[in-house]
Design a binder for this molecule. Structure first.
Ligand code: MTE
Length: 319
């Protein structure tokens, strides 16, 4: 049942002077609050005890744009499990316990498993990927993720030949995820997503476990979230607890909520508008009140790398 759709960005996303000033105020408060917590971060104590992540830098897939400051990345989020406001995840996600944590791997695989988060972070090679996150709401920011190519994980768990898709599920834990109790703006839980197998295996697709060289802040999807940089941000499912190999195309949360507005593919495409707003340009978070919008690029700038995945497909129909 359709219960909630993304608000139209035009009125709310045009940053009025008062909103802009409120946001700066909020960021100052969020900064002060994080200094007040032990270790200066929203991570749980067991996680804070760890070393910073060991990862390689300089991926050919990274963009050269200057990343947004960490404060932008941690304070302007979509994570409906913690509320629908952009500042709700920063306020509420500290309640999430991220250890112990494991991902159930099941479906059409020769190795059904429980993959422990520590194994994911130590048995696979981590690397930094600087990607632009282009949200369907027509804003974007540049984020230095630390992650593992999803293909490495998929190969290790041996999907069977009949597996055509990979589906993903987010944690359901209403005791810690206040948005899962909400009657207003709630989604059908768990949040679910899916990729076609060739999209999942593409070298650009990563499972991210950190940003700016440190463990993932809770509001960004700790301890592990998907990042698919040529698709709108909502494909990048957070706080993953399950990954299944399937023969049929899996359901996806925003497609369930609004099938005429959010398709399975959700590729960044300036030529196919959302029914209620344009996708031709985007507002850059943190760029200030009078900043010019940025032209949105086909496949978010990765046309050369990914266009061949969609050869012969009508991308207006398969949006
Ligand atoms: N994953 C879950 N589980 N719940 C969500 O509400 N929001 C999506 C995506 N992943 C969402 C989610 C949307 S709409 C976006 S734009 C990105 O996360 C935002 O990621 P960020 O907050 O790290 O920038």
């Amino acid at each position: 049942m359709k219960r909630y759709i993304f608000p139209q960005p035009a009125p709310s996303e045009i940053t009025s002077k008062s909103n802009f000033l409120n946001r700066r105020e909020f960021m100052k408060m969020a900064g002060a609050a994080s200094i007040a917590t032990a270790g200066g971060s929203l991570l749980s104590p067991s996680v804070q005890a760890q070393d910073t992540l060991k990862f390689s830098k300089g991926s050919p897939f990274s963009i050269s744009d200057e990343p947004n400051p960490l404060e932008d990345i941690k304070s302007y989020n979509n994570f409906y499990e913690f509320g629908t406001g952009k500042d709700d995840p920063a306020k509420n996600a500290g309640a999430l316990t991220t250890r112990p944590w494991s991902i159930k791997i099941d479906g059409l695989t020769n190795k059904p498993s429980e993959l422990d988060i520590e194994d994911l972070m130590t048995k696979f090679d981590l690397e930094e990927r600087i990607y632009r996150l282009r949200c369907v709401e027509a804003w974007s920011m540049v984020i230095p993720w630390v992650g593992i190519p999803l293909a490495d994980v998929i190969k290790a768990y041996e999907p069977q030949g009949s597996a055509k898709y990979v589906s993903f599920e987010t944690l359901v834990r209403p005791e810690e995820m206040n948005g899962q109790n909400s009657l207003f703006g709630g989604l059908d839980w768990p949040y679910v997503e899916g990729l076609r197998m060739d999209e999942a295996m593409h070298p650009l697709t990563i499972l991210a476990v950190g940003v700016y060289g440190d463990l993932m802040p809770n509001q960004n999807g700790a301890p592990v979230r998907l990042v698919v940089p040529w698709k709108y941000g909502f494909k990048s499912i957070k706080s993953i607890v399950r990954m299944s190999f399937t023969e049929e195309q899996p359901p996806t949360t925003w497609n369930i909520q609004g099938p005429s507005e959010y398709g399975f593919y959700s590729n960044v495409n300036p030529n196919v508008d959302h029914p209620r707003w344009s996708q031709k340009s985007e507002r850059i978070i943190g760029s200030g009140l009078f900043a010019k919008k940025r032209d949105t690029e086909m496949f978010n700038g990765y046309e050369e790398q990914v266009a061949s995945l969609y050869t012969g497909m009508d991308l207006a129909k398969n949006f």
